[in-house]
Design a protein around this ligand. Structure first.
Ligand code: NAP
Length: 472
């Protein structure tokens, strides 16, 4: 190992941190690393192979600071929450002016905004950076969403560009806005990921229970779909997981996996932020709720005994082509919702989020990567003023083609008693969004009746009251 100082540092050698550090080292940057538990640091360097010479293991945070050439960029990749605050508190005394702390975990963007403020006037710079792509992405090229000052991004841009995923040669890394912008966008990315995964699971449910198909056969359907309009990482891995056997029993592994999914920060935060901003994100909300229902396994089993199971094997195979289009229509609605949340947040927090760029940096590296994001980038690029993805001309055409299938699939599944929370809510969102004359006139009348809230009239401006009980 040379005595030359490292160019960058990293704290937290868990799944993501270790892989990100190897990625950075492989791109030719010497990196100093520190982990709370030293044994993990030692094991990391031992397993780094040819890259070990590019890694400086440090046993203390002081040693970490000493090992990096100032001004130091230091990536913090630890569990989100108080661990990040602890690491910042440990770093502050050992860093000097112009050093940059980069929180690359899945932080709540409100924490990022707070940390940015707390570090103001300390001479240190703070970047909140969303990283997507899981273990494989961190090692070989993630999608990177950066929040902070533009100047601080420019200082780390060469490193981030080098380690990020590439789509047609374009780096999937971008500066998206100040303070919490990067972590907000990562949160919404994960919310969309929840919706995408839930809708896939719902379609799997129709194929399994409604059509009585076996896992491998369903996997083959997803494999075929992956060659068409649904082409994406999530469809690709769904085909693979459905095709995999359990080494213990020889049965399809999915048939051995308990139907209970957890939900952590980012999915829930997406739904909360959408609600707070007053933007409907029903597919994301439904996906979070569906995971919660999935976790109530004992209650579900008891309820099935009480009410009887859904009808199985009652749906004809003719529905398979509709299922592909239904998934596509649901996906359009879910992405429309996610982008609408980002568009509103952008105005609310003065971020000026570049929506076409966000779609572009999600085309590779991240979990929701797909062809489809290129079409979204084009739509927001061409129709900059478009209020909602559903109103971009290309998407109007796509939705006109796909929404009848979504309707058929939701109706047939409802008949059979098969749950469709995300696809069903996507359809309800679409129908509500495109209904010129809605039904809230009744809600307004009810509110005026019991609370004298007043209502607007169709034929004259101003606030009005109804003739309820007034004798008028
Ligand atoms: N896994 C993914 O697919 C993924 C994808 C995108 C983003 N993320 C985010 O990336 C971050 C890291 O995730 P991960 O999957 O790499 O986690 P992980 O494998 O569980 O590793 C957690 C790391 O955080 C450290 N840590 C935990 N509490 C700490 C504390 N109080 N003080 C100091 N260090 C502490 C651990 O150190 P010890 O070794 O000492 O325990 C370990 O290095 C999280 O914010 C996560 O949400 C994860």
């Amino acid at each position: 190992m040379t005595t030359e100082k490292a160019e960058i540092g990293l704290i937290g050698l868990g799944v993501m941190g270790a892989n990100l550090a190897l990625n950075i080292a492989e791109k030719g940057q010497k990196i100093a690393v520190f982990n709370r538990t030293t044994a993990r640091t030692t094991a990391f360097v031992e397993q780094a192979g040819d890259l070990a010479g590019m890694i400086v293991p440090c046993e203390t945070i002081e040693a970490l600071a000493e090992a990096i050439r100032p001004p130091r960029p230091i990536i913090v990749m630890v569990q989100a929450g108080s661990a990040v605050d602890e690491q910042i508190a440990h770093l502050k005394p050992v860093l000097s002016a112009n050093d940059i702390i980069i929180d690359a975990g899945n932080a709540n963007f409100h924490d990022t905004v707070r940390r940015t403020k707390e570090l103001e006037n300390t001479g240190l710079t703070f970047i909140g950076m969303g990283v997507s792509g899981g273990e494989e992405g961190a090692r070989n090229g993630p999608s990177i969403m950066v929040g902070g000052t533009e100047d601080s991004y420019r200082r780390v841009e060469p490193t981030l560009t080098a380690i990020s995923a590439k789509f047609d040669g374009e780096a999937c890394s971008a500066w998206l806005g100040t303070d919490g912008a990067g972590h907000f966008v990562k949160t919404i990315h994960n919310g969309i990921e929840y919706a995408d995964m839930q809708m896939i699971a719902e379609v799997y449910g129709v194929l399994r229970d409604g059509l009585g198909m076996q896992a491998k056969e369903i996997g083959a359907v997803f494999e075929r779909w992956n060659k068409g309009r649904l082409n994406s990482f999530l469809i690709e891995i769904t085909a693979k997981v459905l095709g995999a056997d359990d080494p213990k029993t020889g049965k399809p592994i999915v048939d051995m996996i308990l139907d209970r999914a957890g939900q952590k920060g980012t999915g829930k935060w997406s739904a909360i932020e959408a609600q707070t901003l007053g933007v409907p994100a029903t597919a994301i909300e439904a996906a979070v709720a569906a995971r919660v229902i999935s976790s109530l396994r004992d209650e579900r089993l008891a309820a099935e005994r009480a009410y009887g199971p859904a009808a199985t094997g009652t749906i004809s195979r003719d529905i398979i082509d509709d299922l592909e289009l239904a998934l596509f229509a649901g996906k359009i609605a879910a992405y429309a919702q996610g982008f609408a949340v980002m568009s509103t947040a952008s105005r609310e927090f003065n971020w000026n989020l570049p929506l076409p760029t966000i779609a572009k940096i999600w085309r590779a590296g991240c979990i929701i990567r797909s062809q489809f994001l290129g079409t979204i980038a084009e739509a927001f690029g061409k129709d900059a003023g478009v209020a909602n993805l559903l109103m971009a001309p290309a998407f109007i055409e796509m939705m006109k083609g796909a929404s009848p299938s979504l309707r058929r699939v939701v109706a047939i599944s409802a008949e059979a008693g098969l749950p469709m929370p995300a696809l069903g809510s996507a359809l309800a969102y679409f129908d509500g969004y495109r209904q010129g004359r809605g039904t809230s006139n009744v809600i307004q009348a009810q509110r005026d009746f019991f609370g004298a809230h007043g209502f607007e009239r169709m034929d004259e401006p101003g606030a009005h009251h109804g003739p309820w009980g007034s004798g008028a």
